[in-house]
Design a protein around this ligand. Structure first.
Ligand SMILES: [Zn+2]
Ligand SMILES: [Zn+2]
Length: 295
């Protein structure tokens, strides 16, 4: 199946396993309705939605690519970077152990933020109870900001960051920073491709590029829903020059705001997808032979 716009594979989507609105099952059904033939579920820092997505994908005859989007950064600077891992083995212990460790650190951080809010007289007990129940979910500052808005502690979402959550504010707790090279290594060991996500969203791209260009990337997400046609061309030709793969996707989070009708709005054609999938197989074989991948 191919959507009306010629897109066959949407390789960047989110479900309620991270910050998407649709459950993994609902997301796959929506992909089917959008006419897609293949989809990558790439939840933030978790692979917990993949099993449910897989069951529905098999039933509906859609190809599911096992994916993840990991958040990376550096302790000494404010740059952040998202990395897509595509064609990973979600059961690889090198992946699940590392994610569990990061998840624990994020959870600890979220509870610390709640402590600091409580000291300032903000009632956080309901949120603390939720965080303690949902230890598997990736809960962070956006959840806290939404809660503060709900109880009327602040006027809008942004104010929560300004007043409490951003660096230097009264309830700020430094983030656990995972270096890009650590995440690339984790993805490679789990048999996947490491792809730079939405490079065009980075206003500081030239500086960021200086920091990351020498890392062991497999590709770049050139065909992203918010890239201009010029950016798509620029990142495609960068990939060509470097011998990298190109990827594409919508970054769909559910039907709200800018995400309305976005599913399948960006991605790869059938030919482009099959050439990426072929490259992924070849690269994995080479990494298995080199002893990098053992899954
Ligand atoms: Zn992202
Ligand atoms: Zn995303």
């Amino acid at each position: 199946m191919t959507a009306e716009n010629g897109i066959f594979a949407d390789l960047h989507t989110h479900s309620s396993a991270s910050d998407g609105v649709l459950s993994p099952a609902e997301l796959i059904r929506a992909c089917r309705e959008a006419g897609l033939g293949a989809v990558a579920l790439t939840d933030h820092d978790t692979v917990s939605g993949l099993l449910e997505a897989e069951r529905v994908a098999v039933n509906l005859g859609i190809e599911l690519i096992h994916g993840i989007e990991v958040s990376c950064g550096w302790v000494d600077c404010d740059y952040s970077l998202h990395i897509l891992g595509l064609f990973i083995n979600p059961r690889a212990s090198c992946l699940t152990d590392k994610l569990a460790e990061q998840q624990k650190a994020r959870h600890k951080r979220a509870l610390k933020i709640l402590d600091l809010l409580e000291i300032q007289g903000i009632p956080v007990a309901p949120l603390r109870a939720q965080f303690k129940l949902e230890t598997e979910k990736v809960l962070g500052r956006p959840h806290i900001a939404r809660y503060l808005q709900k109880i009327g502690a602040i006027g809008d979402f942004q104010e929560a960051f300004e007043k409490y959550l951003k660096r230097g504010a009264s309830a700020y707790v430094p983030k656990l920073q995972v270096l890009p090279e650590e995440s690339i290594d984790m993805i490679h060991r789990a048999g996947g491709l490491a792809i730079i996500a939405h490079p065009g969203l980075k206003t500081d791209w030239p500086k960021l590029w200086e920091k990351i260009s020498s890392l062991s990337w497999d590709g770049i997400e050139s065909d992203y829903s918010e890239h201009t046609p010029e950016q798509i061309q620029m990142f495609r030709s960068l990939a060509k020059d470097l011998g990298w793969q190109i990827s594409g996707g919508s970054d769909y989070h559910g039907e709200y705001g800018k995400h309305v009708n976005r599913l399948g709005g960006a991605g790869l054609t059938e030919d482009a997808y099959h050439s990426l999938a072929r490259a992924a197989r070849e690269i994995r074989e080479l990494r298995v032979a080199a002893g990098v991948t053992n899954v």
